[in-house]
Design a protein around this ligand. Structure first.
Ligand SMILES: O=C[C@H](O)[C@H](O)[C@H](O)COP(=O)(O)O
Length: 227
């Protein structure tokens, strides 16, 4: 089965966790797209009343187009459940996110949610993190010096650029540096190091955040309780 079909299976399974009246954080990415399609269908067919809190302009537009009511995080008093994609998930359900440059908003929404559910195709489930490059959102000011510092630390940093060689800009007009680490032996230690570095606005390590993971597999959806 191809990856798209596995993403679709995960998105369609996850929509079952959304109940009438909920405020739901809406993640970003190609897997979340399938969730939004399935959620839009429920809003129309079942007259489901939910409020969506999107983590990107892309998800906000898609949700609105599908008839899902959306509000900014600062206009809701709580979020019951957030459903998002992920780039890599290790055997302890720690994750890397930010492949689609949305991890700053995604982390803000995630830590303000009662529950977090991730949806992935099962090729993203790994023993360890690190084969997927770890994204950092960084302030443009001083970013060349930050890159040098990260390089000296052995983190193999690279600015993320577009086809024209220009910096990719985040929602907040920041840059992205990807760390090509290969293998992250101690994610919590790395998290502490990155949290303490001036100029890094947010990194894509999502540790101890997810509650449930749904992986789309060729045998159907597989659900894992992370905590
Ligand atoms: O910045 C983007 C997000 O963290 C996405 O959730 C992540 O990149 C997974 O996206 P996709 O479902 O497209 O692989």
């Amino acid at each position: 089965m191809d990856k798209e079909s596995m993403k679709k299976i995960a998105g369609q399974e996850a929509v079952k966790y959304i109940k009438d009246g909920m405020t739901v954080g809406l993640g970003t990415g190609s897997t979340v797209k399938y969730l939004l399609d399935a959620l839009g269908a429920r809003v129309v067919n079942e007259n489901l009343r939910i409020i969506g809190v999107p983590t990107s302009n892309r998800s906000a537009k898609r949700a609105r187009d599908l008839g899902i009511e959306v509000r900014s995080i600062d206009d809701v008093d709580h979020i019951d459940l957030t459903i998002d994609g992920a780039d890599q998930i290790d055997e302890n359900f720690q994750g890397i996110k930010g492949g689609g440059i949305a991890h700053l908003r995604e982390k803000i929404v995630a830590i303000n949610s009662d529950k977090n559910l991730w949806i992935v195709d099962d090729t993203k489930m790994a023993k360890n993190l690190g084969s997927f490059p770890l994204p950092l959102e960084v302030t443009p000011y001083g970013s060349t010096h930050l890159l040098k510092r990260l390089d000296k630390m052995g983190f193999n940093p690279k600015f993320r650029t577009n086809a024209k060689g220009q910096h990719v800009l985040t929602h907040a007009d920041n840059y992205i540096i990807d760390l090509n680490l290969g293998y992250i032996e101690h994610p919590h230690e790395l998290e502490k190091v990155l949290n303490n570095m001036t100029g890094i606005v947010e990194h894509g390590l999502f540790l101890d955040i997810v509650d449930v993971v749904i992986a789309g597999t060729s045998e159907g959806p597989k659900t894992f309780k992370a905590r």
